[in-house]
Design a protein around this ligand. Structure first.
Ligand code: FES
Length: 320
């Protein structure tokens, strides 16, 4: 757990501000230490920092985006389609992608993190689904014509290495409530890697299935269930107990992650597990600390760091 895996490492946004202030999440030298001790991923962050003139590389910028459409999903949720440029649509096409978003006429503290549901590389548009939970999401629904986007960000999902590595295997994807939305990019990626995909969709608190039509072409089977019911739990157990299963993804609350991990431990402990990142995020840049958790006595900024899913969930159980 000592070597943290920053999702931005090796990207055009690395090294970032944190390197300049001796707080790089991955590089020991950029933490002020005299030795080299990172989890090498093909790029030396320190070398990049030197080549950039002992400065951080390009910072994420904000874009003004046209709102193409706002479609109500239910009383407390809506879908938005937004225009973006070709670079951003490509950068937001991988599972776990998210942006910060606010209406054009509001100030930066209205920025709210929203997962990408889909990205159209031809039309240069993105689709998002928003559950109205407080002031930031309420103002977004007020017939905004233009919004301010900051991005791209990628750490909306823990277990990315399993997603990238999974090829020609059997995957079970569990999507509940508003967490159905980021499931679409995940399903597309896994289908692209020739995996057999089974999905459980639970309408959850938004009260609507928003994903089945989009994922149908990529899936072997789609079940609809209330995961809080007895029959939903039975379905979950039966599918996890399927011995040929290699990978499970839980998109939903931390309680759902715990529930699923418990079944995995009982019925199929070798299965790889990835989960949605539910931590509170404010800056997305490893600066503000709002997403920080402590794992093995190390402070971890979860907006950037890929954490071990099991440790994350076990920590949650310990703290409840
Ligand atoms: S959201 Fe600010 S440090 Fe992670």
């Amino acid at each position: 757990m000592k070597r943290l895996e920053c999702v931005d490492a090796g990207s055009e946004y690395c090294p970032c501000y944190l390197a300049e202030v001796g707080e790089c999440l991955t590089c020991s030298q950029l933490q002020g230490k005299a030795f080299c001790d990172c989890n090498w991923r093909g790029v030396c962050i320190y070398q990049e920092y030197v080549w950039a003139g002992y400065k951080s590389k390009s910072n994420r910028i904000t874009y003004v985006s046209d709102v193409i459409s706002i479609t109500p999903i239910s009383d407390n949720a809506f879908m938005m389609e937004l225009s973006v440029n070709s670079i951003l649509s490509r950068e937001l096409s991988q599972p776990g992608s998210y942006i910060f978003l606010r209406p054009e006429d509001t100030v930066s503290y209205f920025d709210t993190p929203i997962s990408i549901m889909d990205s159209d590389l031809q039309k240069h548009t993105i689709k998002i689904a928003v559950q109205v939970l407080g002031p930031k999401t309420k103002v977004l629904n007020k017939n905004s014509k233009k919004v301010i986007i900051r991005g791209p960000y990628w750490n909306g999902l823990f277990g990315l290495k399993y997603v990238k590595a999974l090829k020609n295997q059997n995957a079970l994807i569990i999507l509940r409530g508003i967490a159905q939305a980021p499931g679409l990019l995940l399903v597309k990626k896994l289908a692209n890697q020739h995996n057999n995909i089974v999905v459980i969709v639970d309408e959850g608190k938004i009260g609507k299935d928003i994903i089945t039509d989009d994922i149908r072409p990529y899936c072997k089977e789609i079940y609809h269930a209330d995961l809080l019911s007895f029959s939903g739990q039975q379905l979950l157990q039966n599918l996890i107990a399927e011995q040929n299963l290699n990978f499970v993804y839980s998109g939903g609350s931390d309680e759902q992650h715990i529930n699923i991990l418990n079944y995995i431990d009982i019925y199929n402990p070798k299965v790889m597990l990835a989960v949605s990142n539910n931590q509170t995020m404010c800056c997305g840049e490893g600066v503000c600390g709002s997403c920080q958790i402590t794992l093995d006595e190390i402070n971890v900024k979860t907006c950037k760091v890929q954490v071990d899913v099991r440790r994350l969930i076990e920590r949650r159980v310990l703290h409840d």
